[in-house]
Write a protein that binds this ligand. Structure first.
Ligand SMILES: CC(C)(COP(=O)(O)OP(=O)(O)OC[C@H]1O[C@@H](n2cnc3c(N)ncnc32)[C@H](O)[C@@H]1OP(=O)(O)O)[C@@H](O)C(=O)NCCC(=O)NCCS
Length: 124
C-alpha cells in the first residue's frame, strides 16, 4: 500500500503519513439540538486529517419538520461551526443535492459549490 501511494504522491514519508491519516484519522461528532427536553435537530460529522490540516465532513444535518424555517438550523450551524473552529478545524465539507432547499440553506451559511463530482454505480 505504501508503495502504491508513494508512486502516486512522490514521497515515501508523505505516503506513510497519509495512510496513517486514512486508517486512524476519523473522529466522529454528534451535536444535538433540544427544546423542552425533545430532540428537534442534529448534526453528524467526521473529522479527518489532511496533511497539516483538519477537515470535517458533515454526514447529516436535520431539523425536525414543524421546526424548520424558523432559524433553528442556522443557530445549530453557528454553534457547530464555532465548535469546529475552536477545535482547530480548517474546512468543512458536505454533500447536498443541487436542487434541494438545503442547498440554499448551506449557501446562505457560507458554502460554495466545488468542482468535484460525486459518481455512482448501482450494484444489483
Ligand atoms: C436544511 C435544514 C437543516 C435547514 O434548517 P432550518 O431550521 O429549516 O433553516 P433556517 O430556518 O435556519 O434557515 C432558513 C433558510 O434555509 C433554507 N431552507 C432549507 N430547507 C428549508 C425548509 N424545509 N424550510 C424552510 N427553509 C428552508 C431557506 O433558504 C431558508 O431561507 P429563506 O427563508 O430566506 O428562504 C432543515 O430545513 C432540514 O432539516 N431539512 C430537511 C433535511 C435536509 O435537507 N437536511 C440537509 C441535508 S444536507
Amino acid at each position: 500500500m505504501k508503495k502504491a501511494y508513494t508512486r502516486r504522491n512522490g514521497r515515501k514519508e508523505k505516503a506513510l503519513i497519509r495512510l496513517k491519516e486514512l486508517f486512524y484519522g476519523n473522529e466522529g461528532y454528534c451535536f444535538v439540538m433540544k427544546e423542552q427536553g425533545k430532540t428537534i435537530g442534529f448534526i453528524f460529522a467526521r473529522r479527518q486529517q489532511w496533511g497539516n490540516e483538519h477537515a470535517v465532513n458533515v454526514d447529516d444535518m436535520t431539523i425536525a419538520r414543524g421546526f424548520q424555517g424558523k432559524g433553528r438550523g442556522a443557530a445549530l450551524w453557528k454553534y457547530f461551526e464555532n465548535k469546529m473552529k475552536s477545535a482547530g478545524v480548517a474546512r468543512i465539507y458536505l454533500l447536498v443535492h443541487v436542487k434541494s432547499r438545503a442547498m440554499k440553506f448551506h449557501r446562505k451559511n457560507g458554502f460554495w459549490k466545488m468542482g468535484d463530482v460525486l459518481m455512482e454505480k448501482i450494484l444489483k
